[in-house]
Every structure is written in structure tokens, then in C-alpha cells.
Design a protein around this ligand. Sequence first.
Ligand SMILES: Nc1nc2c(c(=O)[nH]1)N[C@H]1C(S)=C(S)[C@@H](COP(=O)(O)OP(=O)(O)OC[C@H]3O[C@@H](n4cnc5c(=O)[nH]c(N)nc54)[C@H](O)[C@@H]3O)O[C@H]1N2
Ligand SMILES: Nc1nc2c(c(=O)[nH]1)N[C@H]1C(S)=C(S)[C@@H](COP(=O)(O)OP(=O)(O)OC[C@H]3O[C@@H](n4cnc5c(=O)[nH]c(N)nc54)[C@H](O)[C@@H]3O)O[C@H]1N2
Ligand SMILES: [Mo]
Length: 756
Amino acid sequence: MATKPPTGDPVQDAPRVEAAQHSAAGLPAVAQSLRIAQQQMGIRRSARTLLKVNQKNGFDCPGCAWPEGDKRHIAEFCENGAKAVAEEATLRRVTPEFFAAHPVADLAERSGYWLGQQGRITQPVYLPEGADRYEAVTWERAFEIIAEELTALDSPDEALFYTSGRTSNEAAFLFQLFAREFGTNNLPDCSNMCHESSGSALTETIGVGKGSVSLEDLHQADLIIVAGQNPGTNHPRMLSALEQAKKAGAKIISVNPLPEAGLERFKNPQTPSGMLRGAALTDLFLQIRIGGDQALFRLLNKLILQTEGAVDTAFVEEHTHGYEEFVRAAHEADWDETLTATGLDRPAIERALAMVLASRRTIVCWAMGLTQHKHSVPTIREIVNFLLLRGDIGRPGAGVCPVRGHSNVQGDRTMGIFERPSDSFLDALDKEFGITSPRHHGYDVVRSIRALRDGDAKVFFAMGGNFVAATPDTAVTEAAVRKARLTVHVSTKLNRSHAVTGTRALILPTLGRTDKDVQDGRKQVVSVEDSMGMVHASRGNLTPASPHLLSEPAIVARLARAVLGPSSATPWEEFEKDYAAVRDRISRVVPGFEDFNARLAAPGGFALPHAPRDERRFPTATGKANFTAAPVEYPHLPEGRLLLQTLRSHDQYNTTVYGLDDRYRGIKDGRRVVLVNPDDAAALGLADGAYTDLVGEWRDGVERRAPGFRVVHYPTARGCAAAYYPETNVLVPLDSTADTSNTPASKSVVIRFEQP
Ligand SMILES: Nc1nc2c(c(=O)[nH]1)N[C@H]1C(S)=C(S)[C@@H](COP(=O)(O)OP(=O)(O)OC[C@H]3O[C@@H](n4cnc5c(=O)[nH]c(N)nc54)[C@H](O)[C@@H]3O)O[C@H]1N2
Ligand SMILES: Nc1nc2c(c(=O)[nH]1)N[C@H]1C(S)=C(S)[C@@H](COP(=O)(O)OP(=O)(O)OC[C@H]3O[C@@H](n4cnc5c(=O)[nH]c(N)nc54)[C@H](O)[C@@H]3O)O[C@H]1N2
Ligand SMILES: [Mo]
């Protein structure tokens, strides 16, 4: 058995393992935030910056999309928010001299961690055809190059306009407007890989693809079920909300293959007693097998139906459709099959049922543990069935709570970043701007990759993000992107996508959330929408990393002028100078944004309307909330295989690696680890500390291999394994996606182990 780490980036490949922790936050989290902040920003800048996070006159944290409460603490930040801020507000710089010293081939050899550590990009750079490295270029020339390539296309649909979820509402609105004036709906975005399954399931069943609860609802709930989510790492501020709910008497069930520290115990850094003792959060931990959630909720639904008086019949009669068919399907749920699918035992499910029946107000929260499977959409629909049965949508303290990822991913979608826009949205856009938007649908992320691979798309333009690292099937995706004529990235920091280029490539450096944005002599404000549909202002306060940076709205406005020329009647110049002018247009195009500029000025912003939440109105095809009755699915594994989920460590933000520890899980100094249940490991002959290759298995028979992972015996559910993304994206087949939403099934990867 090989025990040596593999070749590659040595720092990333020497993981050590300590005891996993059973509580999150507390003093170590505060200490860690300050340490990382000072390394990147120095002491004075750290203090100045961190005190402005999520304050009413400050900037929206570029970390997660969790909402801000009404009563804000002086330091309304969390460890991972502080890391996200430090990553952006760093004093390190990537200059044209850096690019002169590092050819693209050199950048391609570096780890994502190393690339990110180099700092903020200071000037636009260009990789000409045949050149081996990027060189400085003027903004004017950069836009000319893009215009040359875009206008040379046979069809506007040969261009792809990707968005990652940090882009402000104003920039996103301009970006989609530009794409549609140019003539395409090819607006793939990170949502396609993230909460698309939630959007698909919720739009069909309740008529709005967004969560139906506010922070206040969480505080009022009797029962909160957190399924497929690791808030201790990914939404740390959610722990305060859960703590508050518990103080008011709520119970919490967590449904997860892993015991996640944040859900076990939370040490609130804002209160002295919280800091010392912490609060136990989870009342019942259902250690489910990966992919077993639909079966679990289906059985719970059957048991609710069998309990006298448990169904809210008045609600069902007045507000829902499809009940009888659903009842027939639910009656087929079977204990034995559910126990197999979930790996749970009968008493655990009975305890869950008792808690559900005792609750008059239930909320279900979820994230990537539910959205990234083949059967994610029917799984989330089953959760909607579960809530509808008890009348738990559209009343205080109850509802659906898909917890979003990127800080403005929800707002970007509201602004029209969507490859399948509704006719009503396009009608309003056309009317406002006197344009004719294309009506045929565009490519989502997976279809964009296929289009590049097959030569159907030739220009790739990214508004943020790290496309080649975030997407599945790394080898296929990278080869596809390299076939492009031109790749363009609007970025703050270096990443893998800058090293995997088309024939020509551009990097356009931009302002981040923390940076002061001055246009035409006036300080600009942007806006964002959080996970609960609250829209508020964000104002950066730091001097930008370099005088050469342009804001995202300015980049889109100049791009549009260069590409569309005088044929566009849109006042792009005016939009660049004054974002309030953009908001005036948004207020006339996007429902819920009436009087946008005035309402944005209110401290804390305003809530967008949500028909199911506000008035129990369900704008679906049937005009009612729809019960659905899909067949129950769960993964079936061949002998000797495990189901791998690809997830986040505590020291990363998606493809941005802040450090090499996963403190709560006890992993140190390395990321190439695979967490395996000790009993599975014994059966497979995988000793703790041994090194193994992970080999993906998929019906196309192509070998996908991630070499050199250290085995860690870890108390995950039987039959399951876990390893970090993006390193394991090589194992996720491009065609392995969720039905309906087409989201890569990156939490359901069948693997075997091969020891060198
Ligand atoms: N610090 C930090 N914050 C972040 C991010 C980050 O990378 N770092 N990313 C942001 C983004 S874009 C997003 S989308 C969110 C992601 O937030 P999460 O969804 O919390 O992120 P993951 O690490 O993917 O964790 C998935 C969780 O689901 C569980 N799980 C996996 N499979 C199943 C299953 O089949 N059933 C159930 N019930 N559980 C399952 C895993 O054990 C894990 O706890 O976080 C956002 N916030
Ligand atoms: N295997 C696997 N794959 C996954 C997932 C998974 O759980 N498993 N999760 C998926 C999910 S949920 C998501 S959301 C995607 C994330 O996919 P992306 O959003 O594409 O990836 P990020 O890593 O968040 O992008 C980071 C880059 O964004 C740039 N950036 C940061 N801030 C700004 C800004 O303000 N403006 C601009 N223009 N650029 C900025 C920086 O250059 C940085 O390197 O990954 C998906 N991929
Ligand atoms: Mo995400």
C-alpha cells in the first residue's frame, strides 16, 4: 500500500488529521478571522474594513447570501465573512510585471490557492494569438478586441455570457440587457450549478422560485429542519438565527450524512456566555445516506396522512391542486425501502414524525446537499408536499428556505440573468428599451460547455467566477474552453480560468464590493438581494487596488458601446456615470422594484413581494399550490463502490482556497483527503492514512481519475464518501445532471478506490 503523498503541489498534499470538533464559531473563529485579515490587509485596514461589513452605511459582505438582522452588532461579521473580505481587500497586487514573469503555461501549473494568494489584478491584460504570456493592454483596445470577435460571429448565439453571483443588481441588469440587445439569451450563471433545482421545483409547485420565509419567520418557528446544508462553514450567521429560534422554543432536526460541527453546538461570538459554553443546536440528527431525502420525506408524508387531524384540510382544499394523486403515491411509501434508501432506523424516523406533528409552524432549510443530485427536483418537490400538507406555506414561522450561496446570486436572477427568461420579463425589457429580445432559450452552464466542445460557441465572456474550476468534468471542460476564439474574464483575483484560455484571451480587472466606486465625480451605490428577498444598498469604502480598475457597470457600458455602436439607442454613457439611472429603468422593468431609488435609501432596504408568503396566492399554471407525485428515487450502488459528495472545506470560498485547513472536521495542511466511514473503509481495505486514487464510474465508460487522496476514517453515513471541490470536479461527468434543472450532480458521484 502506498503511503507517500503524490506529486503535484506539495503544500496541498500533506494533510494531517486531528479530532473533529463538535462546536462552531467561538473564540478560535474570531482569532482566525483577525489573523487572516491582518496577513492580507494589515491591522489598520483590517479594522476599518471589517467594521463596515453588513452595516447599514457599509458594504454587503461578499461572503454568503444570508440576510442581515434588524439589530446589528458592531462587528456583524463571521469568520468566513472576514476571510472573504480579506481575500478581496488584500494589499497584494498582480501587475503587468507579474504576467511578464509568469507565462500562461506557468500559471496553468499552479494551484488555485497559489493563484489566489498573488493578490488583486491591477490592469487589463491581453493574450494575443500565439503569445505565451499576457501583456498590458488599454481598456479601449480590450473592448475593440471583444467587438472584433463578437461581430465576426455567424450568429449572436455563438457567444456565451456567464455570471457568477457577486455581481450587483445594476451590473447584472446591464449585462443581460447588453446580451439581449446583442441578440442572445446565452446567459449561463453559477445558479445553474447551485440552486437551479430549488428554482425549478419551487416555480412549478408554489409559483415563485425563491424562499418564502424571512428572518423573523425563523425566530417564530416551532420546528426548523436543516437538510443538506453546513451552515457552520457556509452560512455562519445563520447559526445566530437558529440559536435565537431555539431560545424562543424551536426544535431543530438536521438531516445530513455528516455530523457538522456548526449544527451540533454554536458558540456565539457576540455574547460572553455564548463564547464560553455555546448552545446545542440540533435536537435530532438524522444521519441520512446521500440521496435518501426524497424517500425520507415521502414516508413522513405518508405517516402524516395516516395521523388523524394532522393534515390542514382547509388549506389543502382552498389552496392546492393535485392532492388525490399525491395521496395515492404517498400511500405506496414503504418502511423497508425507506430504511434502505436513508440508512436510518425506524425509531429515528418515528422521533422525527413526533416532532413534526408537535410543530404548528415548520420551516425547511436546505442547500447543496439537496440540489446536486439526479433526483434533486423531485426531492425538493417532496419537501413542498410535506409543508403543504400541514399548511406550512404562507403563514408566520413556516415555509421553504433554500439558503442561497453567492451574496447576490438571487438578485442576479431577479435582474434577468437567466437563459430561459419569461416572456413577460422580455416584453417589459423590449418596451422600456425599444429593442426586440430573442425569444428562443439560451444555453445553461452544462449546455454552454457542450456548445464550446462542439464548436457551436466561440466567444466566452465571464462576469466574475472561475468557470473551468467550478464546472464539472474538468478535462472535458478545459478542452472545450481552449477551443474558443476568445475568452474574457472580468475578475478581481487570478484563478484557474485565466490559465485555460481560448486562442485569444483578456483579463479585465474590476472593483469588488469593498472598493469605493466613483463615477463622474460622484460616489456610487449598488444594490443586492439576499436569500430572503430583501434588497439593500452596498457601498464600498476602500481605495481601489489600482487606478486602472473599472467597475462592473462601467465595463458593461463600454463593452456595449464598442460592440453595438450607434445602432443601440440605450444611453450606456449615462448609465456608466450614474447608477441611479439604471435603477430607474429596473423600476420600470422588474416587478417589485417600483420607486427603486427612493426605497433603496431606507435603512435596511426593502422586501420584494412574494405572493405565496404575503397572500397565500400561488402564481402557478393551475393557480394553486401544486402537490406532485414523482416516483421515489435513490442511488443504487454496485458492490465495492461508494457515493462521493464533493463539498466545501472551512477554508475556501467555492474555488477560492483561503487556507489548507478544515478546522471543524479536524483536517490540517491539506485538501486531498477522502472521508470514508470506518466500516466501509474496513470492508474496502482502506487504512486510515493510506493514499488512494478516486476513480469515477459513469455509464459512458470513460475513466475519470483523481489521484493521490489520503483516506480519513470519518463518521459519515455508510455507503458515502466526501472530498473537496474543485479538486474532485474531474470526477463529475458532464452529462450527470439533475433532471429538469440540469444542475451537475456533484453530490452523487459513484467512485471506486484504486491504491497504487
Ligand atoms: N465560507 C464559505 N461560505 C460559502 C461558500 C464557500 O465555499 N465558503 N459557498 C457559497 C455557495 S456558492 C453556496 S451554494 C453555499 C453552499 O453551502 P452548503 O450547501 O452548506 O455547502 P457544501 O459544502 O456543498 O455542503 C453540503 C452539505 O450537504 C450535506 N449533504 C451532501 N449530500 C447530502 C444528501 O444527499 N442529503 C443531505 N440531507 N445532506 C447532504 C453535506 O454533508 C454538507 O453538509 O455556501 C455559500 N457560502
Ligand atoms: N464539484 C462541485 N462543483 C461545484 C459545486 C460543488 O458543491 N461541487 N458548487 C457549485 C456552486 S454552488 C457554485 S455557486 C459554483 C461557483 O462558481 P463560480 O461563481 O464561477 O466560482 P467562484 O469560485 O465563486 O469564483 C471566484 C472568482 O470570482 C472572481 N470574483 C470575486 N469577486 C468578484 C467580483 O466582485 N467581481 C468579479 N467580476 N469577479 C469577482 C475572482 O476572480 C474569483 O477568483 O461552483 C459550483 N461547482
Ligand atoms: Mo452556490
